[in-house]
Ligand binder design. Sequence first.
Ligand code: SAH
Length: 363
Amino acid sequence: MMNGKQHVTGFFPAELVDLMTEIGEPRYRAHQIFRGVQQRRLRSFDEMTDLPLALRSKIGEIATPAALTLESKYVSEDGTRRFLMRTPDGRPVETVYIPSENRDTICFSSQSGCQLKCDFCLTAKLGLFRSLTAGEIVEQMIIVLNDVYGVGAETPHGTNLVAMGEGEPFLNFENLIKALEIMSSEEGLFIVPGRVTVSTAGIVPRIYDFASLDRRPNLAISLSAPDDELRDKLMPINRRWNVNELMRAAKAFEKTLKRGERFTFEYVLLGGVNDQVVHAESLARLLKKHDLQRVKINLIPHNPAEQLPYRPSDPEQVLRFKEILESRGVSAYIRRPRGRDIYAACGQLAAKTEPNLVQIASV
Ligand code: SAH
């Protein structure tokens, strides 16, 4: 519900059928509306000219496809775009569009703010406002795709999604899964689970739940430290579920992978803190101990900010870290930061609105 109206962007076709039945309309109207919202990405019923005028106004009284408002948009020198949106109750929602040669990635938020207090992340400083509804999750993609390609236009090469924006996706599990199911519909955005990656800071019970889903997206686990002593400090969620418990869940997940699939550990490299030779060695040993084989490590250079007490690692140290892992048979990739100049990179989403960021358009 928003302003007393139902937010149909978070409705399955079957739920739209129920809504149509309630107002005495045939079920095929539900499918027209689903396609209007999801496939044509229309944000008002008035634009759905395939519906009779009377129906458009009748449904407009009780429902809406638009809960979020786009407040501002920032464009990086590397082409990355950051969208700052608001929920009806004024909470910030941030979404990042990351273009690259043969694919586009949209990084969306699962919550407004975040309750996990990861010491190296700016979103943590916001605290948690609230979890987003399924509709608010889906609508982020609709707004971004319309901005990038125009309303309803097809995307030239399918879009990848990552649940790596504000919030902890596994603390909003049901809404996240519902949103992903809606987005996978062929009658809608048609972004299939294989193109989606969900990242968790380590909500262990939900990793097991996720592993048991039939059609599930890819998984990334933010690790960032190879032992409890360090991880307790960097990511306080570790005090709830420690490294061992996390690795056991990761192993259970690994067993559900299909042929050729792998999953990811993310490791933010903080200069002098977790980027030393001993850390790389200990990380390789940890994976071996838990018999984790089908993993890759994404090494994320720390994105610094004034409020954060860390500095990025020296580039040679990053390379050395990667080489140590690889020499022990662990695949590791160094991630190139995107959109740092507009506060769009990993760990930088804090609803920043400073004018010196160069706001390209206010919508
Ligand atoms: N809460 C989830 C989803 C957020 S994903 C999770 O933690 O996985 C955001 C990713 O950015 C995480 O892998 C996190 O470790 C990383 N990150 C956070 N702060 C960062 C920073 N300052 N620099 C680089 N990466 C950061």
